[in-house]
Design a protein around this ligand. Structure first.
Ligand code: HEC
Ligand code: HEC
Length: 153
């Protein structure tokens, strides 16, 4: 009964694998990624953009949405590897075929957030759709579960 033994030894790992499979929690956060890419905004879930979107974004960090987010070569290599391994399998590209750099501009995002009232996006507490944690109270912990959503009024 080797399965039993495994369950006994690594319950934590099994739980996190199950959560990942259910889409409630993103891949185990890479410490370098969280540190370097989670300082100005939440460390966005890797699975929400394709590998080519992440690669294009990382190639332009010196002009990253109006800021300089350049990295040391070593950190950049670690982060590239992490994002590549955990990226969305399906392409996230626009009508022109070019990789989309914003999660918030993907068809998936728009569809998923269809029901959010127009006025909510404009609230001072939200400001930008990229400000995930304004509504996803545990975005910082990588959870986007429906139980952890609280729309600001
Ligand atoms: C110096 C601050 C800073 C750092 C460091 C930073 N970013 Fe950003 N990032 C921004 C700003 C500013 C925006 C635009 C936010 C907005 O539109 O509200 C942004 C937006 C993004 C978006 C688009 C969000 C969306 O869907 O609209 C992604 C993806 C992103 N960053 C990834 C990263 C990654 C990956 C790293 C690490 C390599 C990183 N960022 C590091 C400042 C930063
Ligand atoms: C203005 C509030 C708001 C902001 C900002 C926001 N979301 Fe959401 N998000 C929601 C709501 C509300 C839902 C639930 C939609 C539904 O189920 O009808 C949702 C659903 C989701 C889901 C699906 C959850 C599930 O279990 O079905 C994911 C994943 C998600 N959002 C990720 C993000 C990410 C990543 C960002 C930032 C780039 C973001 N959201 C920004 C309000 C927001």
């Amino acid at each position: 009964m080797s399965n039993f033994k495994l369950l006994f030894i690594v319950p934590g790992m099994l739980v996190s694998a199950a959560l990942q499979a259910s889409g409630k929690v993103s891949a185990p956060p890479d410490p370098t990624y969280v540190q370097e890419c989670g300082s100005c905004h939440v460390a966005y879930p890797a699975r929400l953009l394709s590998g080519s979107s992440w690669r294009t974004l990382l190639a332009g960090l010196d002009h990253h949405f109006g800021v300089d987010a350049s990295l040391e070569a070593e950190a950049l290599t670690d982060i590239s590897r992490y994002l590549d391994a955990n990226a969305r399998r399906r392409e996230t590209s626009g009508g022109d075929g070019k990789p989309i750099l914003r999660i918030t501009e993907t068809r998936w995002f728009r569809h998923e957030h269809d029901d959010v009232p127009e006025a909510t996006w404009k609230l001072a507490a939200v400001k930008s759709a990229a400000n995930c944690s304004a509504c996803h109270t545990r975005a910082e912990q990588g959870s986007y579960s429906e139980h952890d959503i609280h729309l600001p009024k």
